[in-house]
Design a protein around this ligand. Sequence first.
Ligand code: CS2
Length: 507
Amino acid sequence: MTSLPRLSTATLASLSASGFPSAVAIPPGLDRTTAPGIVHLGIGAFHRAHQAVFTQRAAAATADDRWGIVGVTQRSAGVRSQLAPQDGLYGVLELSDAGAGIELVGQVRDVLFPAEQTADVLAAIAAPTTHIVSLTVTEKGYRRSASGGPDMTDPALAFDLELLSREIDGAADATVTSHSAIGLLLRGLAHRWHGGGEPLTVVVCDNLMDNGPQVELLVHSIVDACPAAGAEGFVDWLRSSVAFPATMVDRIVPATTDTHRATASALVGATDAGLVVAEPFMQWVIQDRFAGTRPAWEHAGAQITDDVSAYEHTKLRILNGTHSALAYLGALRGHALIADAVADPELHAFARALIDEDAVPSLAPSAEIDTAAYRESVLERFANAAIGHTTVQIAMDGSQKLPIRFLATARDRLAAGHVPHAIARAVAAWMLYVRATTDGELEVAGRRVELDDPLASLLGELAAGPLDGLADRLIDGSGIFPAGVADDDRFRAAVRSAVADLQAVTV
Ligand code: CS2
């Protein structure tokens, strides 16, 4: 088989000449040399399959080429190595039982790796042509404590506080990189303030409840803890010129595999190191609260509305809560894919019970959302075996996800006088998952699973020891169970009972 060319603007032209499916080509008419209007922190697969797609579709619909994206990686230069040789081009491989399709995205103009390019990142955030800074840095990127405020015991945040002080006081040293995403964002904002302070909107696209406003509070709390002489002026500018709208983002984006890459190469006729994979469904609801101009995302199907909360609560508690529950229960049963877990009759019934008995009753009634229809849509999406979304991928970072996906629901149900037994069982499954992966006893699809969590060391210590004390050790020692849950004996008893029951079932 002749070796395929690598995707790039040069090869794209030749592919088009050789009958490349025009429906998936880069939208015509967009000048990719225009200064980019967006800086995105955390240019992982989800951003490339979600916000970047919305942005390209909106730009094409309005012939507005101001919305190129400067992507900023986090821990590695991997995405820069994938996209730079491809002129930022990559494909989104859309998979479902109906088949496979490719959407080529050319919205990314540059990818920066802060460990080597902090000065460029700060300059990009400060550029007057930049109007949006968006983030997908995962729940752990914000370095929050269980109460939601900044975790000032976090060494990365302590380090970044000193860097921020220098930035605010105009003694910046851009050769030193920040140790956290929130720290880098704040330095970029301070750099913009010093550079003229044009209005800017920070669009948080992570699965946090009330994400934008919560990150705004976090930003102010961190600056308040900052010893900079100029902090007061910086805070005044933040309040007057920077908006943090709430958003709800939704698209299932599994990790890309070699099988995915082979499918995409056959469709495109070129290799694509930056390929991402997604389901057909995508949704973006954004609070109408912008400090300056923005892409016309509504032209790509995004919803711009005054109140996002009903959409956020519904998505985080029904979709993400059930996703995590199926991930832990499914992995404990050896199911490799979410599609396998939701096809398991007992787990399918459990998923419905969690939604109907705990998640939906915890939600405020909303005229905008039909929760029964939403439930069916979510379960149908989970059944999409074609995308190959693994239980282990979703199981990662449980300490960061549980407070949002399980424990907020539990707190509300307990306060209303009800014991959330399904949530308690999902929490118990997480506890047994922590224990089994820490002991090296869990195999899924023939591979030993390790615990992938920022608190893995602490959780592993708490999970060791007698099984009958597991629930109490994790509730008391992990720091993730909030008041109204940790101190509720009804919930504690329900989790203890579920641990014992699940242990008997999965042994
Ligand atoms: C998943 C989410 O990995 C996970 O934790 O639950 O990434 C989920 O696929 C997205 O939130 C769907 O919009």
